[in-house]
Design a protein around this ligand. Structure first.
Ligand code: SF4
Length: 222
C-alpha cells in the first residue's frame, strides 16, 4: 500500500514539474479587486465561463461597490444585471443572502476560513477554496470539472467525488502547490486535454497518461 502511494507521488511530482514547465505563473482568469468581488465572481462563474463573467463584472462592481450594496440589492434588479451568466435568479438570491450574512455576522469582511465560508448561503466547498487560495493565499484545492476529469484520465484518482478527490490530491501534492495545480489543470483542460477531444498527440503528458492507450485514441489520431 505504502509502495503504491509512493509510486503515485512520484508520478504526481513529475506531472507537476511538467505542468509548471508549460504553464508558468499559473493564475485564475476571473477579474476582481477584493475578496467580496472574487466571491461574487466565483458564484457567477458556476455553469458559466470566466470570460462571460468578466464581461459583466466591471459594470456590476461599479454599481454595487461593497458587500453592503449587494446585501441591500433588489433581487429582481440584480437578477437582471447578471442575466447573461445564467441561473440569474438563483445566483442573485445567493449573492444577496451571502452578502447579508457577511455584513451581519462578519462585520462586512469575507471570512478567511473554510468553516466560516461554507456557512455562507450559496457558497460550497469549491467556491470557498477558490476564495481562500486566490485571495487569502491559504493553501486550498479547488476540485472543478477539469480537476475531476484530468485527475481521472491520469489515474491519480478513480473517484468522481470532489470531496474524495480533494483529500487524495492533498495527500499527493504539497500545500504550496495546491492553488497553482488547480490553475494549471484548468489551463490544460482548456488548451490541450479538452473534454470531447483531448489533443493527446501534442500533450506533454502523453508518455505518462494511461488514457490514450486505454482508449486507443492516440493510435486513431496518428
Ligand atoms: S495524454 Fe491526452 S488524455 Fe492524457 S492528459 Fe494529455 S491530452 Fe489528456
Amino acid at each position: 500500500m505504502k509502495e503504491i502511494l509512493a509510486q503515485k507521488k512520484n508520478r504526481a511530482a513529475e506531472i507537476l514539474k511538467r505542468l509548471y514547465g508549460h504553464y508558468p505563473n499559473p493564475k485564475g482568469s476571473l477579474s476582481y479587486s477584493s475578496a467580496h468581488e472574487l466571491l461574487v465572481a466565483t458564484i457567477l462563474s458556476a455553469q458559466c465561463t470566466d470570460k462571460r463573467v468578466n464581461l459583466i463584472t466591471p459594470t456590476l462592481f461599479e454599481k454595487y461597490t461593497s458587500p453592503n450594496d449587494f446585501a441591500n440589492a433588489d433581487i429582481a434588479e440584480l437578477a437582471k444585471d447578471i442575466h447573461s451568466c445564467g441561473y440569474h435568479n438563483q445566483k442573485a438570491r445567493s449573492i444577496i443572502a451571502c452578502s447579508q450574512m457577511i455584513v451581519n455576522d462578519f462585520n462586512g469582511d469575507v471570512p478567511d476560513s473554510l468553516e466560516s465560508l461554507i456557512k455562507l448561503p450559496g457558497v460550497g466547498r469549491k467556491t470557498a477554496n477558490c476564495v481562500l487560495g486566490q485571495w487569502f493565499g491559504i493553501p486550498a484545492m479547488v476540485i472543478d470539472t477539469h480537476m475531476i476529469r484530468i485527475m481521472n484520465v491520469l489515474e491519480l484518482t478513480q473517484s468522481e467525488s470532489p470531496n474524495v478527490i480533494e483529500k487524495e490530491m492533498m495527500e499527493l501534492f504539497e500545500p504550496m502547490d495546491w492553488v497553482s495545480l488547480t490553475h494549471m489543470i484548468i489551463a490544460h483542460g482548456r488548451a490541450v486535454c479538452v473534454a470531447r477531444r483531448p489533443d493527446c498527440q501534442n500533450c506533454f503528458l502523453l508518455d505518462m497518461c494511461p488514457f490514450p492507450q486505454r482508449n486507443n485514441s492516440y493510435k486513431t489520431q496518428k
